[in-house]
Design a protein around this ligand. Structure first.
Ligand SMILES: Cc1cc2nc3c(=O)[nH]c(=O)nc-3n(C[C@H](O)[C@H](O)[C@H](O)COP(=O)(O)OP(=O)(O)OC[C@H]3O[C@@H](n4cnc5c(N)ncnc54)[C@H](O)[C@@H]3O)c2cc1C
Length: 330
């Protein structure tokens, strides 16, 4: 599940690992447009910009690159044990011991339940839908369209397909409980989405859907494990940099693990170092994302915000900057 807009903040980092994003995708996005329920919209440039790239393609390229230097086992992890010295991973096929387990299982996994992580106790009211379409759409733009209870992102991917990905509250969805009807009754109340649904041709038989999405930082608990990517915390999707943060968090983890394996830090110090760096790098943008999301799903406040930004358009890139980091160097 992803809007498939990859922030350019990690392009230098990926380049240093031999992955050239400009070669993977011609879709360079540096324009942003946001619309209210009634269709009024504001445009802005994106300070850093990014790439339109499908997850299927990007993840496969990362997989191929990792395969050059690592042995990759495609097994489902069912349990993790962490001990003072040795950590153990049990999969559906085998078991492995290692010096440090890095957990990168995304937003929500059965493993989070096995590890008794706190966020699994609370129900989340968010669900998301994604689908690729054939549709005439500018290559350099990402659009965010507001509707009752959520927002939808539109942008092109490297294949030429347009990705529609939206997040909605369960409160809004439960009145219809059917994706097609919900899109017709709720999303299409926004005139831009109405035009989109009238003209766009779906490229898949059915959309991808997920529910129970928890946002924010997730507590470490008593574990001696390293959590990276969405496992450590998920920024609100409207910021468009969850993938960049996941990659950046892996980079932060690697430097902490290096210190541990070289004997300069013990495990406890290494985990503390990683968590501290994670917080100082991501906490303020997570907070900004939370504020922006709260504004965006509240029609009254969104209207006030629209009036301010309409009069003072130079504020928009400044707000966007607050949800992103500086380009990450290797
Ligand atoms: C609606 C929505 C729109 C978004 N739009 C964007 C966007 O436009 N741009 C952006 O940058 N970010 C976006 N994001 C956020 C982005 O998708 C995530 O931040 C990013 O995918 C995090 O990467 P990850 O590697 O941590 O997790 P994931 O990409 O979820 O990868 C986790 C992997 O772990 C595997 N896994 C899980 N459990 C196990 C197990 N037990 N054993 C083995 N493997 C396991 C899964 O199969 C999966 O392959 C969006 C999120 C949502 C919800």
């Amino acid at each position: 599940m992803c809007g498939e807009y990859l922030s350019a903040e990690i392009s230098d980092l990926l380049q240093s690992k031999g992955i050239n994003l400009s070669k993977l995708s011609d879709v360079h996005i540096d324009n942003f447009q946001i619309s209210l329920h009634n269709g009024k919209r504001i445009s802005s440039r994106l300070p850093l910009g990014g790439y339109g790239i499908s997850r299927f393609y990007l993840d496969n390229e990362l997989f191929k690159k990792a395969s050059e230097t690592c042995t990759i086992k495609k097994e489902r992890v069912v349990e993790i044990y962490d001990d003072q010295e040795i950590q153990k991973v049990i999969t559906n096929e085998s078991s492995y011991t290692c010096k440090q387990v890095i957990v990168a299982t995304g937003k929500r996994s059965q493993l989070d339940r096995q590890l008794k992580r706190e966020f699994m106790q609370t129900k989340s009211e968010w669900l998301a839908v994604k689908m690729h379409y054939d549709y005439e759409f500018p290559t350099d733009r990402v659009e965010l369209h507001n509707f009752d209870g959520g927002y939808a992102g539109l942008s092109k991917t490297e294949s030429g397909a347009v990705n529609l990905c939206y997040l909605t509250s369960f409160r809004s969805f439960k009145r219809y409980k059917d994706v097609a009807v919900f899109q017709e009754k709720v999303l299409s109340a926004n005139p831009h989405l109405k035009v989109f649904f009238e003209k766009a041709v779906p490229l898949w038989k059915k959309p991808i859907t997920i529910s129970q999405i928890s946002f924010g930082a997730k507590k470490q608990g008593a574990h001696q494990l390293l959590f990276i990517g969405d496992c450590a915390g998920l920024i609100h999707p409207l910021c468009g940099n969850g993938m960049a943060m996941a990659i950046h968090s892996a980079h932060i983890a690697v430097s902490a693990i290096d210190e541990y394996l070289n004997g300069r830090l013990n495990r406890k110090q290494m985990i503390q170092r990683y968590n501290k760096n994670w917080r100082s790098t991501f906490s303020s943008r997570m907070l900004m994302g939370r504020c922006m999301q709260a504004i965006l799903i509240h029609p009254g406040i969104t209207r006030v915000m629209y009036n301010i930004l309409h009069r003072l358009p130079f504020l928009m890139p400044k707000i966007i900057k607050k949800t992103h980091g500086k380009p990450v160097q290797s």
